[in-house]
Design a binder for this molecule. Structure first.
Ligand SMILES: [Zn+2]
Length: 345
């Protein structure tokens, strides 16, 4: 199959990856890490609840991921929607401010991290002009969770929205949210856990219609290694991402590690855009009981033993999703640094 060349936004990702030495580290689960710190996220707003009550804890988790080696931190807006805030009694304006806050918290965390790095001798290198701080490239991604995440009924893991939800419904649902996030100063928009082709199409059309002028990535989730959760083939979904100019990366998140390698191969057959993956820990989420079943997760060591295979299959950005922690990211960062070629550490 002939793959067409990708648009100009791709230069952003190319130069970022070059600075990172070829492979970049994405952060780990945000919501589940807040929970590990004692947060109770049993709420339709999920992690966005903490935007209201404890922004400092969100900043702390971003910082922990930066210190563990992340090159990309993803904001706490996954389940932050204007409609969700409105149903909690917030005005439209207050809701928009909360969306902006999610990006600002991540940017603040990056500033604090850079500031510490500049002060600490561990991250200083000398060159002919004297001592310069050696900064690792860090991007802030504004998270956009799916319509199913807003419904908070588990449909982001079934991808089934019913007949009444059309392309236009999805576009209208996400439109203002995407505009506000794009104007809040992130480096990119991370469309995460996309459960079906319809929502990918809605995002692609929205980026074009609203002339959103920052790059984006599309990340899908799967429970069988061949299709996204709705049953739409991953290749069809990746093709929608491939055809959208603003999209600078395509991949998979919140999916068990054992399915990832095959999914990378399927994506690589339809696009030349960089492939990103940030699997979950491999544990199972019970959407009815709203809890993770005890069990079957993959230990950090096992998770990381996959990293080499994922890179060989074609991934160039690797991180973790739900139930992964700063320790997982530290181990991924270590595994990737043995593959990089002269980027910043
Ligand atoms: Zn997840």
């Amino acid at each position: 199959m002939e793959i067409e060349t990708v648009g100009s936004y791709s230069a952003v990702m190319e130069s970022f990856l070059r600075l990172c030495g070829g492979y970049a580290v994405i952060d780990g689960g945000l919501a589940t890490e807040l929970e590990r710190h004692g947060a109770n996220l049993n709420d339709p707003l999920w992690s966005a609840k903490y935007l209201i009550s404890s922004p400092h804890l969100i900043r702390r988790v971003h910082l922990d991921y930066l210190e563990a080696g992340a090159n990309i931190i993803i904001s706490s807006s996954y389940q932050a929607t204007l409609q969700g805030f409105e149903s909690k009694g917030f005005s439209r304006e207050e809701g928009e401010n909360l969306l902006r806050t999610s990006v600002e918290i991540a940017r603040e965390a990056r500033d604090i991290y850079y500031d510490r790095a500049a002060k600490g001798s561990w991250n200083i290198i000398g060159d002919k002009d004297g001592i310069i701080p050696r900064q690792r490239p860090v991007l802030v991604a504004a998270s956009v969770g799916s319509y199913g995440a807003y419904l908070a009924d588990g449909s982001e893991y079934s991808g089934v929205y019913g007949k009444n939800v059309s392309l236009e419904t999805l576009k209208d649902f996400h439109r203002r949210r995407v505009q506000v996030l794009a104007e809040s100063g992130p480096d990119l928009i991370a469309f995460e856990t996309i459960p079906n082709k319809l929502e990918a199409k809605a995002y692609a059309e929205l980026l074009e219609e609203e002339a959103i002028n920052i790059p984006a990535w599309f990340s899908f989730n799967s429970k069988d290694g061949t299709n996204v959760v709705s049953g739409d083939p991953i290749a069809d979904c990746a093709l929608i991402a491939h055809s959208c100019d603003q999209v600078i990366g395509v991949g998979i998140n919140c999916t068990p590690p054992r399915y990832i390698q095959g999914l990378i191969q399927s994506i690589g057959r339809v696009t030349t855009k960089p492939i990103l993956i940030y699997p979950n820990s491999g544990e199972t989420y019970d959407a009815d009981r709203k809890e993770w079943l005890p069990s079957s997760g993959v230990s950090d060591v096992d998770f990381v033993s996959y990293v080499g295979k994922w890179c060989e299959a074609g991934a160039s950005l690797v991180g973790g999703c739900c139930r992964t922690t700063p320790n997982t990211i530290r181990a991924i960062s270590k595994a990737l640094s043995s593959r990089t070629n002269g980027g910043f550490p």
